[in-house]
Write a protein that binds this ligand. Structure first.
Ligand code: IPM
Ligand code: MG
Length: 371
């Protein structure tokens, strides 16, 4: 809750295609808030290279404070050549990874559920992907993304040495494990925990801690363990076997891009990054498409906004408790696709809509469904 009891949702488009796709997600969110008379105000904040050019910071203190106080954040994307040109210290202070860490957004949910209309756009056969419904739960504030020591140093012999450290405490592992098990209980109660315990000590700890939480607190969960390399293969061989995949930060990053192909395009994938439940019953939450800034197509209005729009559905479901509206929005997306609406990434060379026209197509389907 911010000043004067306002409840807010922060919108941060960020870099590359982020602002374009987020504008479509924002438009739809604003419509639902209006239609349902929900007590939320949308607050736009600057993030990334444009913020740096104006304020000398990728995220100002005021913008971060707005994020911290919000009920939810709808985020676009980070990165790209302009962002990479920012001096390292300024780039690191307040970047997306710092926001994840500061808000303790430890559980990153990446659902993979292909829509039948797009089976043809996947590189995988329809019979392999038809009926897939899985969620990757990626630990988001630990592991090699944050471990110390890290850096590049020059050795005495003149060689350069690059170092990153992969480490997890049992507390970190147990925290994300419970989030995955809780989520699994709302689905089919099956969890596949993914690590590399055959070569990594931190992987062995991961496996042991996940199993211990299962045995002592979640006996109803069906748990199995899989090596990360095998999981990459199983995701393209037989993705239907999975319900919830629980894994660490780096493996989750890689496996979720891999799993994206099940849906036909990385442009389709939403994500939710959730923090711990606070005393007032709320939790910090950031929603963003998985696709990233895609600088090569930025500014052309050809990016697929469905990743952002699906992220809005997750926001409705997880932060606003509007499950029915989330279902309606997902139905509106399915209807727009069934009616032939396609952005370039899913058009297979056929006719394609601009980013804004795709947003409009979903919005008009939604108007029909909003009762
Ligand atoms: C993701 C992205 C980010 C990550 C990048 C942009 C830092 O790839 O959210 O998957 O590696 O976590
Ligand atoms: Mg990634």
């Amino acid at each position: 809750m911010t000043v004067a009891g306002r409840r807010t949702i922060v919108i941060a488009g960020g870099d590359g295609v982020g602002p374009e796709v987020t504008a479509e997600g924002r438009r739809i969110l604003a419509r639902i808030i209006d239609k349902r008379a929900l007590p939320f105000e949308l607050v736009d904040v600057e993030y990334g290279a444009s913020a740096y050019n104006r304020h000398g910071k990728v995220l100002t203190e005021a913008a971060f404070a707005a994020m911290r106080d919000a009920d939810a954040i709808l985020f676009g994307a980070t990165g790209g050549p302009e962002f990479d040109a920012i001096p390292a210290a300024a780039r690191k202070a307040g970047n997306l990874l710092a926001v994840r860490r500061e808000l303790d957004l430890f559980a990153n949910l990446r659902p993979i559920k292909p829509v039948p209309e797009l089976h043809e756009t996947s590189s995988l056969k329809a019979r392999v992907i038809d009926g897939v419904d899985l969620v990757i739960v990626r630990e988001l504030v630990g592991g090699i993304y944050f471990g110390q020591p890290r850096g590049i140093e020059v050795l005495a012999n003149g060689e350069r040495l690059g170092t990153n450290t992969h480490q997890y405490t049992s507390t970190q592992i147990r925290k994300v494990t419970r989030a995955a098990f809780d989520l699994a209980r709302t689905r089919n109660s099956r969890v596949c925990s993914v690590a590399k315990e055959n070569v990594m000590e931190a992987g062995r700890l991961w496996r042991e801690e996940v199993q211990a939480v299962r045995d002592s607190e979640y006996p109803d969960i069906e748990l199995n363990h899989m090596l990360a390399d095998n999981c990459a293969m199983q995701l393209v061989r037989a993705p239907k076997q999975f319900d919830v995949i629980l894994t660490d930060n780096l493996f989750g990053d890689i496996l979720s891009d891999c799993a994206a192909m099940v849906t036909g395009s990385l442009g389709m994938l939403p994500s939710a990054s959730l923090g711990p439940l606070r005393e007032d019953g709320r939790r910090a939450a950031l929603y963003e498409p998985v696709h990233g800034s895609a600088p090569d197509i930025a500014g052309q209005s050809i990016a697929n906004p469905l990743g952002s729009i699906y992220s809005v559905a997750m926001l409705l479901r997880f932060s606003l408790g509007r499950r029915h509206d989330a279902d309606l929005l997902e139905q509106a997306i399915a209807n727009a696709l069934a009616a032939g609406a396609r952005t370039r990434d899913i058009a297979m060379g056929g006719e394609s809509l601009s980013t804004t026209d795709m947003g409009a197509a979903v919005l008009s389907e939604l108007e029909r469904l909003l009762d």
